[in-house]
Design a protein around this ligand. Structure first.
Ligand SMILES: *Cc1c(COP(=O)(O)O)cnc(C)c1O
Length: 223
């Protein structure tokens, strides 16, 4: 493993310009985040509310913080004042809570709806059918302080690259369908967050424009 700056460069070099790199800094120190910050990285991802709040308080205020974990409704309030993008919004109940906290903080909070693609039973997210049913309901249009700016997905945990590519492509198809059907006037629906250290090039080749990369930049995580 090289330095954080070298690793970051290696990832960025291969990316098309329109792809946003979220550097996933969960479990990593503020010093390591600053190593990336000092070579220009501004988007960082965390999956624990408490760690995120602490890092937000200590680190430069022009960092764009992404929450990439499973968010509990009772914890939305802690990150609502500053969060740049919430990646894993997987229920209507959570979206309603985010809207409430947006109102309290006088800001609209950017959200990605998580789509369930992986075969594993434990994965969170809307199925294709649930997502379409929810968007058809129009209830989301009453949520004045959430911006649904796109979709997020994770591929199955498998070494079968054909399967992973198929999964990414099916989410990408869904993304364009949703964009066309529900966000034609409202042009905010632009983000497709797919791809991690092991599969981000495959994700980008299949339509992703935001990747979440941790271990390839910061090294393996020790819990
Ligand atoms: C940890 C995590 C990542 C980054 O994983 P790496 O394999 O270390 O790149 C991306 N997305 C989510 C949702 C994560 O929890």
């Amino acid at each position: 493993m090289g330095s954080v700056a070298d690793n970051l460069n290696n990832v960025i070099q291969l990316l098309p310009q329109e792809v946003t790199l979220v550097a996933v800094s969960k479990t990593k120190s503020e010093e390591m985040i600053m190593d990336a910050y000092n070579v220009g990285q501004r988007d960082f991802g965390e999956n624990k509310v408490q760690d995120l709040v602490q890092k937000y308080e200590h680190l430069p205020k022009d960092i764009k913080w992404h929450f990439i974990g499973h968010l509990q409704t009772n914890k939305v309030k802690y990150i609502a004042p500053f969060i740049h993008l919430l990646h894993g919004v997987d229920t209507e109940k959570l979206l309603v809570q985010i809207d409430k906290e947006g109102i309290k903080n006088s800001r609209s909070i950017n959200c990605l709806l998580q789509v369930h693609i992986a075969q594993e039973e434990t994965k969170f997210g809307f199925s294709d059918e649930e997502l379409i049913a929810f968007l058809e309901s129009d209830r989301w249009k009453q949520l004045t302080h959430v911006n649904i700016v796109g979709l997020m997905a994770m591929a199955s945990h498998t070494s079968d690259l054909v399967q992973i590519a198929d999964e990414f492509r099916s989410v990408s198809d869904l993304f364009f369908k949703v964009k066309q059907c529900y966000f034609q006037e409202n042009k905010i629906f632009t983000v497709l967050s797919m791809g991690m250290s092991g599969d981000y090039m495959l994700a980008v080749a299949n339509g992703s424009n935001m990747i979440r990369v941790g271990s390839s930049i910061f090294g393996d995580r020790i819990y």
